[in-house]
Design a protein around this ligand. Structure first.
Ligand SMILES: [Zn+2]
Length: 402
């Protein structure tokens, strides 16, 4: 059975973490930027060493292809993640999945699998540069991303391709992504790795609460229609509704504007932004509707007018049952509990799955559940476990797909 070279993988992680390292701590590799190009260049070098045909596609994504022993027309099994980071981000988010892909390619070598193996390092997942999350994988899959596409093209043309050969990623037969959980669950429970079964949908809405602006000194307390007091009550109601879902949903009011926003004026109007996430579509709808109903209730009790609107919905995405089974089998092969978690954050795997590419994910424990910050950390044992499970899942998928 093939084995991942963990020492080399940990060294690669150290080396990639130098690119975009900020003196104040953390990494700065904005999507499609020069630091991502530098990271792609390093990864492409390692992919070549592993016996792959490697380079960048037309959009600056690092791509490596390892031939299988089957006929050349077979679609590859693809492993990977992203090479960009959030501002002052951590060294594992994205990079671990790409470098584990490199490690899998190294462990396998050409002709070991029936299908070709592809490794991809997407050039923009975080979406901060052009305002669209998972932008690189969306463009790769041909999704309409509006004006962002032209802006990316212009940025890439200005930046240049770094002299790397052009290698395009064929549409894969399956996509497997190793990623840190970015939450506290596995770390808290003492588990190193898990499979991901579904990726949460995200519903966002605006709430406007309107009362009456008036003098903060001369208006008696019992005649006020204070929109901010209603907003405060609603924020807590949203918290309770999500908490009451028994872990099946989370909800946040993350933005609030008070009008007119003066010390001596009773707030006449408050605008709030609600976000609900759930891996189950029915639960997502249910909690969102309950939040809207709570706004009506609060408004009625306080003499306010509530308007909930502007819903922006992104459906949850179930990952491919067969590929998730491959990951669960791989967990069992490596002696780990076959735990299946939902992902509460979006990933390239979600975009792949939404576009009809069978996709699955492997999560590793995240120390203290901290991510998108310089302190982000994954124990060496969890990196090793994640990469070993990824390799085994690839082998299982290859054997199953034929
Ligand atoms: Zn990520």
């Amino acid at each position: 059975m093939s084995q991942v070279d963990v020492v080399r993988l940990l060294r690669d992680l150290d080396e990639l973490a130098r690119i975009g390292a900020h003196p104040g701590g953390g990494l700065r590799r904005p999507g499609f930027g020069s630091e991502v190009a530098e990271a792609a260049g390093v990864v492409v070098g390692w992919l070549r060493e592993a016996g792959m045909k490697a380079g960048c596609d037309a959009w600056g994504n690092a791509v490596g292809l390892l031939p299988g022993r089957g006929e050349g027309t077979l679609a590859p099994i693809c492993v990977g993640s992203h090479l960009d980071t959030v501002p002052d981000g951590g060294r594992y988010d994205g990079a671990m999945g790409v470098l584990a892909g490199v490690a899998v390619a190294r462990a396998l070598g050409p002709g070991r699998l029936r299908r070709p193996l592809a490794v991809v390092g997407f050039a923009d997942e975080e979406g901060n540069a052009f305002g669209v999350g998972c932008l690189a994988s969306r463009i790769y899959l041909g999704e309409d991303v509006g004006p962002a596409r032209g802006r990316v093209r212009a940025a890439l043309d200005a930046r240049g391709d770094g002299g790397l050969p052009r290698v395009e990623l064929p549409r894969p037969a399956g996509y497997l992504e190793l990623h840190l959980e970015q939450g506290p669950v596995l770390d808290r429970d003492g588990d190193l790795v898990a499979a991901v079964g579904a990726i949460a949908g995200i519903d966002r809405a605006n709430l406007s609460l309107v009362g009456e602006a008036n003098h903060a000194g001369t208006t008696p307390m019992d005649t006020r229609r204070d929109a901010l007091c209603g907003a405060a009550e609603w924020v807590l109601a949203v918290r309770e509704l999500a908490a009451g879902s028994g872990g099946r949903a989370v909800a946040t009011v993350g933005a609030l504007t008070v009008h007119p926003g003066a010390t001596n004026v009773i707030p006449g109007r408050v605008e709030l932004r609600l976000e609900v996430r759930a891996p189950d579509a029915a639960v997502l709808r249910e909690v969102g509707a309950a939040c809207a109903a709570a706004a009506e209730r609060v408004a009625a009790a306080r003499g306010l007018e509530a308007t909930v609107g502007g819903w922006h919905r992104t459906a949850p995405v179930g990952l491919d049952a067969d590929l998730v089974d491959d990951v669960r089998g791989a967990l069992a092969d490596q002696g780990f509990a076959g735990r299946v978690l939902p992902s509460w954050a979006g990933h390239d795997a979600k975009v792949m799955a939404a576009a009809g590419v069978p996709a699955a994910m492997v999560f590793t424990a995240t120390r203290g559940g901290r991510s998108h910050c310089p302190e982000e950390s994954v124990a060496d044992a969890a990196v090793a476990a994640g990469a070993a499970v990824l390799l085994r899942a690839v082998e299982r998928a290859d054997a199953r797909m034929g």
